[in-house]
Ligand binder design. Structure first.
Ligand SMILES: NC(=O)c1ccc[n+]([C@@H]2O[C@H](COP(=O)([O-])OP(=O)(O)OC[C@H]3O[C@@H](n4cnc5c(N)ncnc54)[C@H](OP(=O)(O)O)[C@@H]3O)[C@@H](O)[C@H]2O)c1
Length: 309
């Protein structure tokens, strides 16, 4: 079996990659804190910070990966805004370290970037549009893209839209479980009506990243769903689709919220290229939601809490 290294293995996206890699790849999970679920899902696990260059060299030397899927990042946008130097070190310098080792050890690199490298003034961005980041997180990711491609020009840089779904292995940065908890408890759930996105489900993202690890695609690729809508509309459609009262979803204007890092308004991504390059289909919001819930239910049983109101 070919060998795959996955960074950020305790995260939301990496959980989907690890699950779908099982039986197809020998996997080395790089994680910051030990996690029994990740250890059970991966062939091997190593604990390290991705900025620890010496440890990473030792892992490359011992494991000799054929491919790396690099998901590790500081991804809490408000935390990143308060800690720009740490954010740059982890997201940009950490990515450069990974890309340099991939170049040195002759291995394929798939880097996870973000829709928010764009300023959101236009929407439906394509792979040829130039990044114009508006916050510290996005600046660090745009810089990581640049450093990755300069170290290893044949890397794939996958820009992910807002990722939707239930964490399949470890926990990570997923909004859906919290939304379902609130809806089932009859609690109001505020969602920005001024932020337009093209959400993509975590199962599709994992499959697409694994496909990129196996093919020779180079450069940017937009991994996004087929439905373009505001985060408020997205939450309303999720509630409606799952039989919860849509009235619990409350529209808010995130640009008026204090102490929040600036968010780009419309970072919808055009996925035309991904549709032609990948055999993994890009899905509508409801198709992606159903796929991610079905996959989670195969692992955990019922994941949709009963409406208790
Ligand atoms: N989820 C989305 O909607 C979305 C959208 C666009 C792009 N992305 C990108 O996709 C990637 C995966 O996102 P995600 O949602 O899976 O995020 P996540 O759940 O927060 O996972 C990121 C992982 O990176 C780890 N990490 C952070 N700093 C590290 C360091 N210095 N050394 C080693 N590991 C470190 C975190 O470990 P700890 O748990 O210990 O902090 C976490 O497990 C990220 O690169 C993100 O920028 C995500």
């Amino acid at each position: 079996m070919k060998r795959l290294m996955i960074t950020g293995a305790g995260g939301f996206v990496a959980g989907s990659v690890l699950l779908q890699a099982k039986g197809r790849w020998e996997t080395l999970a790089i994680i910051r804190k030990p996690d029994p679920a990740v250890a059970a899902a991966a062939s091997r696990t190593e604990v390290a910070d991705i900025t620890d260059s010496a440890s990473l060299r030792a892992f490359f030397e011992a494991f000799r990966p054929d491919a790396v899927i690099h998901t590790a990042a500081l991804a809490d946008i408000d935390y990143c805004e308060q800690h720009p130097e740490q954010t740059y070190t982890v997201n940009a310098t950490g990515s450069e370290i990974i890309a340099a080792y991939c170049a040195e050890y002759g291995c394929r690199l798939v880097f996870c970037s973000t829709d928010t490298v764009f300023d959101g003034k236009r929407g439906m961005y394509t792979e040829t549009d130039v990044p114009t980041p508006v916050n510290a997180y996005a600046r660090s990711k745009a810089e990581a893209e640049r450093l990755t491609l300069s170290r290893l020009p044949n890397s794939a840089v996958a820009r992910l839209s807002l990722v939707l779904g239930i964490p399949l292995i470890a926990r990570g940065n997923a909004f859906l479980p919290g939304l379902l908890r609130r809806l089932s408890a009859g609690e109001a759930a505020p969602f920005p009506s001024n932020e337009i996105r093209t959400p993509v489900d975590v199962v599709t993202v994992g499959a697409a990243l694994l496909e990129l690890a196996e093919n020779a695609y180079r450069g940017f690729l937009h991994l996004s769903g087929n439905t373009r809508l505001s985060r408020y509309e997205m939450a309303c459609r999720i509630a409606r689709h799952l039989g919860y009262p849509e009235t619990l979803i409350q529209p808010v204007d995130s640009s008026a919220m204090p102490d929040r890092a600036p968010r780009p308004a419309d970072v919808s991504l055009d996925n035309t290229l991904a549709q032609s390059v990948l055999s993994t289909p890009m899905l509508s919001l409801e198709e992606g939601l159903d796929l991610s819930l079905r996959t989670a239910e195969e692992i955990f049983g019922n994941v949709i809490p009963k409406n208790s109101t």
